[in-house]
Design a protein around this ligand. Structure first.
Ligand code: NAP
Length: 521
């Protein structure tokens, strides 16, 4: 597939206005053709203006038309699956076979959201009929439906270059909600971004939708991201990346004359607790599984388990030995970007300076941006006294915390910041401790997994990929799963409307046959 390197603004290919960049192959530290255009605030304005012009028609498309459009994006992604994965592999160092799986997941997400749209439950339709005879005063007819919030700016993530990027879950859920999208491509994979953007652009054209339904911009430095968050026509933002970047954008959005929601997914170490009976019975198996999940994506996954807490006692040595062996066997692999690689080394050094001991490491790096795996260990008391030990180190490393007793295990759990997930490994005899731990974890995580790990992620109606700060900036929402659509919806009530003026979904005879709450039933 030939890449143009242009920005994609509606139906237009827009050449560079702020210079060009090339993609980096992080495995070889060499630049890859072609040149990719960089834009600035003027291109953001062009894309936002188009997204605003497209909004009224797109947000009012019938559910059938919108669902068919989402299915077409899935078809188009599947049609370029191999080319997309091959380009993404060059730009990220991730294995092509894994990226083909990611492309399939991205396509599946669009199909799943097409079903969400067809079912229409997301509209949360409610009708409270008029009560003309009610005393002391009559009640008017009230009807509610959810509608899209407006044009949305989406920051593509670096670490899953397809399923969390241009054609990722944020884009799928925003388009399903009826929002128009301006995508800020991540510079770590510009070619893969263009291939995905073309798949979406083609579906927009094939379905005769307004060209402003989707645009993709790219720039260097903060200018383009800031212009997106500041633009008065943008009404919500999603972001996956660093806490520093996410919070800079979040704060910026709150300083606008009209503050807007910014849904950031930022940092999580996904603590895993092994309770005593499980440790004694299955320590080796759990240690093996933990390291296997930790190494996924060279440790560059949001759900990577990075913290393991175990009480000193039977099974601890076997657990440690299993983890040490597994880490020592791991080969160093290419990390996504020079910046992520440098942050990983810095994070490991900070942990060691804070008193964590390196008890195992994988084979040494043989290329510039190879991430060498590492297992660190620290005791519970030290962990509790050094805040840096509970910070995310994005890469293939984990910290084993050995605690003295149940009280210290609970203290460690209480010391943690907000997380995307936590895992509990337990046997029948561990249930009393698990019951004490559960409320502590419920307050701190969006998802709790028993006798398994949060990885791999399923995309379902019950999926929660969210959690209290700093896992996200808004713990009320999930960024993965069918309910992630709720980030892009707001309620509108219609009061005293004649039937002919009501949105179709709210008309008396329920022409769309959608589920509706009528008078609370
Ligand atoms: P990032 O530096 O936060 O950047 C993400 C995106 O936001 C990029 O497109 C970036 O644009 C933009 N951006 C960041 N700060 C901005 C600001 N102040 N103003 C405007 N735009 C801004 O994330 P990254 O490049 O993906 O990786 C860096 C670190 O983020 C990693 O080392 C890791 O610690 C963390 N991370 C965590 C997760 C997770 O799931 N937990 C996922 C990915 C990354 P530019 O590239 O143009 O600057």
């Amino acid at each position: 597939m030939k890449l143009t390197g242009n920005l994609i603004i509606g139906a237009h290919d827009v050449p560079a206005t702020e210079g060009t960049m090339k993609a980096l192959n992080p495995a070889t530290n060499t630049l890859i053709e072609p040149d990719f255009a960089l834009g600035g605030a003027a291109q953001v304005h062009q894309a936002a203006t188009l997204a605003d012009e497209a909004f009224d028609s797109y947000s009012h498309t019938s559910l059938a038309v919108r669902a068919a459009f989402l299915d077409s994006i899935a078809d188009n992604l599947e049609a370029v699956r191999e080319a997309l994965a091959a380009r993404a592999a060059l730009e990220t160092g991730l294995p092509q076979a894994q990226l083909e799986g990611e492309a399939t997941r991205a396509a599946t997400q669009f199909r799943q959201f097409a079903e969400v749209v067809r079912k229409g439950r997301f509209l949360q339709l409610a009708i409270d009929p008029a009560q003309p005879d009610r005393q002391p005063r009559p009640r008017m007819d009230h009807r509610l439906q959810k509608m899209a919030i407006g044009p949305v700016a989406i920051f593509g993530a670096s670490n899953f270059p397809i399923a969390y990027s241009v054609a990722g879950g944020d884009t799928a859920s925003a388009l399903a909600a009826g929002a128009t999208v301006i995508l800020k491509a991540h510079n770590a994979h510009p070619g893969a971004s263009e291939i995905q953007a073309r798949a979406i652009q083609k579906a927009v054209q094939d379905h005769g939708l307004h060209e402003g339904v989707f645009s993709m911009v790219r720039g260097i430095g903060n200018t383009i991201g800031e212009a997106l968050v500041d633009h008065p026509l943008v009404k919500a933002v999603t972001f996956t990346g660093s806490e520093q970047g996410g919070m800079a954008l979040y704060r910026r959005a709150q300083l606008r004359p009209d503050p807007i929601p910014v849904f950031t997914e930022m940092t999580s170490i996904n603590p895993t607790f092994i309770l005593p009976a499980a440790l004694a019975e299955r320590g080796v198996q759990i240690g093996d599984g933990f390291i296997e999940r930790m190494l996924v994506n060279v440790g560059q996954a949001c759900l990577r388990p990075a913290l393991l807490i175990a009480i000193k006692g039977a099974g601890l040595e076997a657990l440690r030995d299993a983890m040490v062996k597994r880490v020592a066997e791991a080969s160093a692999r290419t990390m996504l970007t020079p910046g992520i690689h440098a942050s990983y080394l810095k994070g490991l050094a900070a942990m060691e300076n804070a008193g964590a001991r390196r008890v195992a490491e994988g084979s040494a790096a043989s290329a510039d941006f190879d991430g060498q795996s590492a297992l660190l260990e620290v005791d519970g008391q030290r962990f509790l006294s050094e805040a840096v030990l509970s910070q995310e180190v994005f890469g293939p490393s984990a910290l084993l915390v050995t605690v003295e007793d149940e009280a210290q295990l609970l203290a460690v759990a209480r010391s943690l910041e907000g997380q995307l997930s936590a895992a509990l490994h337990l046997e029948e005899n561990d249930l009393p401790l698990a019951r004490r731990l559960l409320p502590v974890l419920e307050r701190r995580t969006g998802r709790i997994v028993v006798n398994a790990f949060a990885h791999p992620q399923e995309v379902t109606y019950a999926t929660v990929h969210g959690g209290p700060f700093p896992a996200t900036s808004d713990s009320r929402f999930t960024s993965v799963g069918m309910t992630s659509i709720e980030r892009f919806l707001r309620p509108v009530a219609y009061q005293g409307f004649p039937d002919a003026l009501l949105p179709e979904a709210l008309r008396d005879f329920n022409p769309l046959k959608l589920p509706r709450l009528v008078d609370g039933q």
